[in-house]
Design a protein around this ligand. Structure first.
Ligand SMILES: [Zn+2]
Length: 314
């Protein structure tokens, strides 16, 4: 019997205009399963009604395309178990419950970060900073129209390091360093120390400020000896009132900072000539001049030529 063609869904013309919101890569069916879990069986709508209402009333909720980023192992485990338990309804239901619990927990982590970001934008006694490094593969140098030739196909190209710190409500700070500078805890502390210096120069009294830090959940960057020693020393010397270190769970770290990296990467695709770290600095400055930052009016781009050994000073 031929399959019935799906009817086209008309978007409700009376609904208010909303900004597009990207959900993590996934399927509508997963959201339906979560909806079923929290709704009693006699009130629960069928899946066709569910997707029809979604598309007509909330078309701004879209799924992000799958990227090369490693995915959360817990999510993969739950998804594969739910799939394999299709003939065991009770076990499947329990798996869906555990999966929903995991998703709710990672959402709660994000909601905390969003709350602190909102507070920071009011420029009160809370400053929220998020720091991360950009994918190094995007910053291979030298870049030139000649190098697309086949003779250069096997050429090993060094990769520049680009890190970003967003002080919400204050500024964007980019640091560019050459490949021979190690991208370790010292480099992360350098970025943070530079951000604190700028905040102080802008007239913020750090001794009366609560700082909320958001980093990736990896020991290579800030979740290490250097990072914790640095923030502890700043608080014990009364330079900063308090510091909260926060790390989103692995596999669920995609945040606004990655969105900026995505935009920068798209801008970079149009750049044909890039030879030195200084060229990279100029490119990022040009990107900042063309991009709108609604909450952060200033952007700083510096080349980092060396890092200090921050463990020696404590
Ligand atoms: Zn997960």
């Amino acid at each position: 019997m031929p399959r019935k063609k799906k009817r086209q869904v008309v978007i409700n013309p009376n609904r208010p205009e909303r900004e597009v919101r990207k959900l993590p890569p996934g399927y509508m069916k997963e959201y339906y399963e979560q909806y079923r879990l929290v709704t009693s069986s006699d009130e629960c709508a069928s899946f066709p009604s569910f997707w029809r209402v979604w598309l007509s009333e909330f078309p701004e909720l879209q799924f992000r395309e799958r990227s090369n980023h490693a995915q959360c192992m817990t999510c993969i485990r739950h998804r594969s178990m739910i799939k394999s338990l299709s003939s065991h309804m009770r076990a499947r239901r329990e798996q869906i419950r555990l999966f929903t619990e995991h998703l709710a927990a990672q959402y709660a982590d994000r909601a905390l970060y969003w709350q602190m970001r909102g507070l920071s934008r009011h420029k009160g006694a809370v400053v929220t900073l998020i720091c991360d490094g950009m994918d190094q593969a995007k910053w291979e140098v030298p870049r030139s129209p000649i190098l697309v030739g086949k003779d250069f196909g096997n050429m090993q190209k060094p990769r520049l390091h680009v890190s970003l710190c967003i002080a919400h409500g204050w500024f964007y700070l980019f640091l560019v360093s050459s490949p021979d500078i190690r991208k370790d805890g010292n480099a992360s502390v350098e970025l943070l120390a530079c951000a604190f210096t700028i905040l102080q120069k802008k007239g913020l009294n750090l001794a009366m400020t609560d700082v909320y830090l958001q980093h990736d959940n990896t020991c290579r960057e800030f979740k290490n000896n250097n990072g914790l020693r640095f923030v502890c020393s700043q608080v014990s010397c009364k330079n900063i009132r308090s510091v909260t270190c926060s790390y989103l769970r692995t596999g669920h770290t995609h945040e606004d900072i990655d969105q900026t990296f995505g935009n920068l990467s798209r801008y970079l695709n149009r750049v044909r000539c890039l030879q030195t770290p200084d060229d990279a600095v100029q490119t990022i400055k040009a990107f900042c001049a063309k991009t709108k930052f609604p909450f952060e009016s200033e952007q700083y781009v510096f080349a980092m030529e060396a890092t200090r050994d921050w463990t020696l000073s404590f």
